[in-house]
Ligand binder design. Structure first.
Ligand SMILES: *[C@@H]1O[C@H](CO)[C@@H](O)[C@H](O)[C@H]1NC(C)=O
Ligand SMILES: *[C@@H]1O[C@H](CO)[C@@H](O)[C@H](O)[C@H]1NC(C)=O
Ligand SMILES: *[C@@H]1O[C@H](CO)[C@@H](O)[C@H](O)[C@H]1NC(C)=O
Ligand SMILES: *[C@@H]1O[C@H](CO)[C@@H](O)[C@H](O)[C@H]1NC(C)=O
Ligand SMILES: *[C@@H]1O[C@H](CO)[C@@H](O)[C@H](O)[C@H]1NC(C)=O
Ligand SMILES: *[C@@H]1O[C@H](CO)[C@@H](O)[C@H](O)[C@H]1NC(C)=O
Length: 319
């Protein structure tokens, strides 16, 4: 299987064809965050400052929980019920010590900052505060997850498997650092081409389940497992380039166009404001049929197609 994938990659590269979906780029290490990016709410306040995960006794039995809750603004705001915007996490409980833990992956500077960039007078390119990271902390707040959400035990693993998984989480957290809100697809049908995959809290949960499965765990849910997906629909994306677009005179018009596009999507303080602006901007996208998309620190032009933008809550079974 691996050699087949490699072979296809070679053939794809030689023929100059882009492979879809574009692979999410992993880095050697997490870059420092620019001091311009300031979190309104501190990231992972109750986690270990160095991101350490406690070591379990190899023979311990660890319960695994599926956790899901509405993003709080959707729980209390007037958007409740209009969109199922859910946040996903994984819980663990040690039989030996009775201690339990929550593990999640989310934006350092909230969703608005991961979805749209800032305009800075001193910087020519749009400026992104779009890192996301894993947060591991002691405790499971049962009420928080249970009410209007999900708290379900989906399996048991050994302490040894847990420790293996913890090492993988540290590595995953160092190499996959940029949050990606959107999934970009050719259309809304079942066999559509995926141009770009999102990289968000639910993708982290899926990666974790897959890792646990690879380590021999068996996970199963009594209820269907639904996840929030935020889609863009477009024809084949066109690669534009990185920040050098905003420095070269040859791409001056493109640079102006991209900046004009993002101007109407300025980052917002609250997620609800962002969704509202998104709905306003929807008209613009429908009219102009262009979306400038940022992925792996590069820009792409999306020739947008009906139904343009969609937020869904769809079933993705456990692996
Ligand atoms: C988004 O980033 C800006 C710029 O750093 C910051 O002022 C703002 O607080 C951030 N928003 C949130 C919700 O963290
Ligand atoms: C992941 O990286 C962030 C940002 O550096 C850090 O705050 C966090 O503690 C790390 N989490 C884990 C579980 O390593
Ligand atoms: C996690 O531990 C707390 C404190 O002991 C307890 O109240 C809660 O019910 C536990 N949650 C789960 C899902 O085990
Ligand atoms: C659950 O949703 C209801 C509205 O349907 C809301 O009044 C209630 O506060 C929510 N509970 C929690 C714990 O978020
Ligand atoms: C899948 O794709 C084929 C051709 O590419 C098309 O004819 C068919 O209608 C598609 N099926 C669905 C469910 O969209
Ligand atoms: C940006 O793209 C240019 C042209 O393709 C390339 O030479 C440059 O190394 C890239 N810069 C970064 C920071 O990746």
């Amino acid at each position: 299987m691996k050699s087949l994938v490699f072979f296809c990659w070679i053939v794809g590269s030689l023929s100059g064809q882009q492979l879809w979906p574009v692979p999410y780029e992993r880095l050697d290490r997490r870059p420092d965050v620019d001091p311009y990016c300031q979190a309104l709410y501190p990231f992972c306040p109750s986690g270990d400052p160095d991101g350490r995960i406690p070591v379990m006794t190899d023979s311990d039995i660890i319960s695994v929980f599926r956790l899901q809750t509405p993003v709080w603004e959707f729980k209390y705001g007037d958007m409740l019920g209009k969109f199922h915007i859910m946040h996903d996490a994984v819980g663990f409980g040690s039989a030996r010590t009775g201690r339990n833990f929550t593990m999640e992956w989310y934006e350092l500077f909230q969703l608005g900052n991961c979805t749209f960039p800032h305009e800075r007078a001193s910087v020519s390119a749009p400026f992104w505060c779009n890192q996301g990271a894993a947060c591991f902390y002691e405790g499971i707040d049962d009420i928080h997850w249970k009410q209007n959400g999900t708290l379900e035990k989906i399996g048991e693993i050994s302490g040894e498997v847990f420790n293996e998984m913890a090492r993988w989480v540290q590595e995953d957290n160092k190499t996959g650092v940029y949050y990606e809100t959107w999934t970009v697809k050719s259309d809304a049908s079942a066999n559509a081409t995926t141009w770009f995959e999102s990289y968000d809290c639910s993708q982290f949960v899926h990666r974790t389940y897959k890792k646990l499965l690879g380590l021999g765990a068996e996970l199963s849910s009594q209820t269907p497992t639904y996840y929030t997906k935020i889609y863009l629909f477009s024809g084949e994306p066109v690669h534009l380039g990185n920040d050098s677009i905003f420095q070269q005179s040859s791409t001056k018009d493109l640079a102006t166009d991209i900046k004009k596009f993002f101007h109407s999507f300025r980052s917002h303080q609250s997620f609800v404001e962002m969704i509202e602006s998104l709905l306003e901007a929807f008209e613009k996208v429908v009219l102009e049929k262009t979306f400038y998309f940022y992925y792996n620190s590069e820009y792409w032009k999306l020739p947008m197609k009906y139904p343009y933008i969609k937020i869904t809550f769809e079933e993705i079974p456990l692996p």
